[in-house]
Design a protein around this ligand. Structure first.
Ligand code: KIV
Ligand code: ZN
Length: 499
């Protein structure tokens, strides 16, 4: 099964999306890494910039084939050929409604022009893909006639687009079957998602004999978009037992890159690549998944297969089992009473609509189990001062008591927060052989006296990770406090482990 990606052409027609040359090249490289067979890089005749980006992608030395879009007009085809693409995708409207209102040619003239264009592409040594635009609203006899003419003219692939996304899967199956029976070349489909059926229609087409699928990352495309690549490919692999060249472990990485560059957010509930695709909150589900993941996951598709990760999310539906597992992984050993107390606090926060992060859980656990640990803090912060401005290098001085011994250290950084964080780490020397894995300013509320909430995640040499948060009006103080509290937590957990 060949996978044809049109993220850079139809996907870029998503209202509000416009990519720079560098962004397009970055996406093309990622698509190549993902194992796409054909990338539709753009519509070269449409503008100088579009021509240049198609040309750059065609010359980028990718392993996949690169395709350019063209009307059945010589100057369009020439633009594709000049851009150096391997495949020219020629298209023409074939439905009565589009013919009457957009191209105003007779059906005979349309067939003749399509045939001329296909022969022109072939004469110039490129592969030809022919699309009958709005095929699903085209008179079936005319559709068969133009596809047969395209095959006779030498087209390598014919494409059946459901341009306005109006097919039901059973009807599309029927149509694709008629076309595959009437022709002897590769049949490709291009489904739009106006009724949310683009993936279902694409899969129905494969059942009917289509051998190439046109898809986009994150389902981008005109109006409601095109068939989503991840959903189509994973259904083909896991449900239909079909094979493609897609390296599915890069699906999430690719989806995130395209999300970042197009600024079109992936919904948290999106299948396969959405944040919640392998997340479990409810007590029954989490318990089941912790025992055996396929109790409440498909099993035929795992997070590892698509480059995702399984998450047990704590919230008001969380059960004891999940909380205990979370705490034990973090090095806490609560007794039954403490566990119940922690669970009650989590549910109270959940009832207030809050999702409980690792940092929240650790804070709750520290409070509940804290009696034992109070006064045992390895690092006690005494003072932080920073100097910054446009003519001096930001410098921070930190004074702290580390295991009973007072230490002072000053350090510079790219900004005051960086200087302060580095100063704390240097101050601790070998004791803070740790990496800052995560630094997030989670919320800033209000005006210039706003409260900044900082979350810092750190990891020590043995791979143990903790996170801590702090909220202050002063962002440097919030950062240092969060860091010190993460370090204390890490040291405490190591002591508990050793003790
Ligand atoms: O939706 C459509 O019909 C298209 C064609 C150019 C294939 O995008
Ligand atoms: Zn389209």
């Amino acid at each position: 099964m060949s996978v044809f990606d049109t993220t850079l052409r139809d996907g870029e027609q998503t209202p509000g999306v416009s990519l720079t040359l560098d962004e397009k090249i970055a996406i093309a490289r990622q698509l190549d890494k993902l194992g796409i067979n054909i990338i539709e890089a753009g519509f070269p005749v449409s503008s100088r910039g579009e021509f240049e980006s198609v040309k750059s992608i065609a010359n980028a030395g990718l392993g996949c084939k690169v395709c350019g879009l063209s009307r059945i007009i010589t100057k369009d085809i020439d633009a594709c050929l000049d851009a150096g693409v391997d495949i020219v995708h020629v298209f023409v409207s074939t439905s009565d409604i589009q013919i009457a209102h957009t191209i105003k040619k007779s059906k005979e003239e349309i067939i003749a022009a399509a045939v001329d264009s296909i022969q022109y592409v072939k004469d110039h040594g490129a592969t030809c893909l022919f699309s009958a635009m709005d095929a699903t609203r085209t008179n079936p006899e005319f559709l068969t006639k133009i596809f047969r003419a395209a095959e006779d003219a030498g087209s390598d692939i014919i494409n059946i687009p459901d341009t306005v996304g109006v097919m039901a899967p059973s009807a599309f199956y029927q149509l694709v079957k008629e076309v595959t029976d009437a022709t002897n070349i590769t049949v490709d489909v291009h489904c739009h998602n106006d009724f949310g059926l683009a993936v279902a229609n694409t899969l129905a087409a494969v059942e009917a004999g289509a051998r190439e699928v046109q898809v986009t990352i994150n389902g981008l495309g005109e109006r409601a978009g095109n068939a989503n690549l991840a959903e189509t490919v994973m259904s083909l692999h896991s449900i239909y037992g079909a094979r493609t060249s897609i390296k599915t472990e890069y699906l999430v990485e690719t989806a995130k890159l395209v999300e970042r560059l197009t600024d079109v957010k992936i919904p948290i509930t999106a299948p396969i690549v959405g944040d919640n695709a392998f997340s479990h909150e409810s007590g029954i589900h989490s318990h089941g998944v912790l025992e055996r993941s396929d109790t409440f996951e498909p099993g035929i598709m795992t997070p590892e297969m698509v480059g995702h990760r399984r998450r047990i999310v704590l919230g008001k539906h969380t059960g004891r089992h999940a909380v205990r597992q979370f705490l034990e992984e973090g090095g806490y050993r609560p007794n039954e009473e403490q566990l119940q107390d922690i669970l009650t606090r989590i549910k109270e926060l959940g009832d207030k609509g809050k999702q409980i992060t690792d940092a929240d859980l650790q804070t709750i656990a520290d409070v509940v189990l804290g009696e034992v640990d109070r006064g045992k803090q390895a690092v006690v912060l005494k003072e932080v001062s920073v100097m910054t401005g446009n003519i001096i290098t930001p410098t921070a001085t930190v004074r702290a008591v580390v295991r009973g011994q007072e230490r002072v250290l000053a350090n510079t950084g790219v900004g005051p927060v960086d200087a302060a964080v580095k100063a704390v780490r240097l101050l601790l020397g070998d004791e803070a052989m740790l990496r800052v894995r995560d630094f997030r300013i989670e919320a800033i509320t209000g005006g210039s006296d706003a409260l900044a909430e900082v979350v810092i995640g750190v990891e020590n040499a043995s791979g143990r990770r903790v996170a801590a948060r702090s909220a202050r009006e002063d962002i440097v103080m919030a950062s240092v406090e969060a860091l010190v509290s993460a370090i204390n937590r890490l040291m405490l957990l190591e002591e508990r482990k050793d003790g």
